[in-house]
Ligand binder design. Structure first.
Ligand SMILES: [Ca+2]
Ligand SMILES: [Ca+2]
Ligand SMILES: [Ca+2]
Length: 325
């Protein structure tokens, strides 16, 4: 009898550990298995510096979880310190853009270079998150694209880290006086120390190489309140498209999650590596598979404190029963 309850309490303690996510740029056990794993080598360079400042960029695998009223997304890999950008487009509510428009205008006008880019059928982007660095600080913007209807003063929310190969930050307001659309800060963690995962090239990954990509534990991690992305209902699914491209948003790499069928070189602006000045030539329907991954909106996982209280309550009941005998 007692052994059973001890085992039950031990089980609760395990649940407590599994229910926590720290936004630090490292994959937490709570994420479980990756929701997407890279399928092709990177043509934007293989990172080789364990301190996190090396050249190269890659997207190895994607993870996601809804917990405690927030969406957590983790993309493992590297972002080169040359203002190249990691993009997350989030489809978390009805409506949005299956083909991106040139509006809203943000990121110094560079957002307009996305105009004409088409996602897979069924993916309708609502929010755009992007991170980059070139100076010491990793910088992240979050934009409510509002279906492309925003026409002026659409700078979005902004935050930055404190520099280094591992950094994190908080995102709220844009520093330019514009009222934030966020009710609470979004947060990010960035750990650029990966030197494993995919290698350089354009080949399709072998099973072993995909396993190596899935084994990478560091990269970009992001969290935002569900209330700030349309309050998606329990039982619905949030779709996220991850892409890696250049700083001006007019030349995409071959690092997309869900991955592109290999072999596949950089997409460039025309979808096959050519430079056109924008990304209008990219249509993800032209590539097999879904270039997005799916995050289920599940019922609330109890907070660790709740689990501890439940464990103490069970222990108390055991004590009462034992005394009653
Ligand atoms: Ca983490
Ligand atoms: Ca949508
Ligand atoms: Ca596709």
């Amino acid at each position: 009898m007692r052994k059973f309850f001890v085992a039950a309490i031990a089980g609760l303690m395990v649940s407590q550990a599994a229910a926590s996510i720290t936004v630090d740029g490292t994959v937490d056990a709570s994420y479980g298995s990756p929701l997407a794993v890279q399928t092709v080598q990177t043509q934007f360079g293989d990172a080789t510096d364990p301190a996190g400042f090396g050249n190269g960029g890659e997207l190895d695998a994607a993870y996601g979880k809804v917990w405690n009223g927030r969406l957590y997304v983790m993309v493992t890999g590297n972002v080169e310190k040359n203002f190249n950008k990691l993009h997350l487009f989030i489809d978390s509510k009805a409506g949005g853009e299956n083909v991106l428009s040139g509006l809203p205008n943000y990121d110094g006008g560079r957002s307009q270079n996305f105009g004409g880019l088409g996602f897979d059928t069924g993916f309708e982007a609502d929010y755009h998150v992007f991170g980059r660095w070139g100076g010491g600080n990793f910088e992240v913007d979050v934009v409510d694209r509002a279906g492309g209807t925003c026409t002026t003063n659409c700078g979005g929310d902004f935050g930055q880290g404190a520099g280094g190969g591992i950094q994190s930050g908080s995102i709220l307001g844009n520093g330019g006086g514009t009222t934030s659309f966020l009710s609470t800060p979004a947060t990010f963690g960035f750990n650029n120390t990966n030197i494993a995962g995919v290698t350089g090239g354009t080949n399709a990954l072998s099973v072993a190489e995909q396993a190596a990509a899935a084994a990478v534990t560091t990269g970009f991690e992001f969290s935002i309140a569900l209330a700030d992305i349309g309050n998606p209902a329990i039982g619905s699914t949030i779709l996220v498209h991850a892409a890696y491209g250049n700083g001006d948003n007019n030349y995409h790499s071959n690092q997309i999650l869900g991955g592109l069928p290999g072999p596949q070189g950089n997409l460039g602006g025309n979808g096959s590596g050519g430079f056109t000045g924008n990304l209008a030539g990219i249509n993800f329907n032209q590539y097999g598979g879904s270039q997005y991954f799916r995050i289920p909106v599940q019922a609330e996982i109890p907070e660790p404190a709740t689990l501890v209280m439940a464990g103490l309550a069970v222990a108390g009941l055991v004590g009462l029963r034992r005394r009653a005998k």
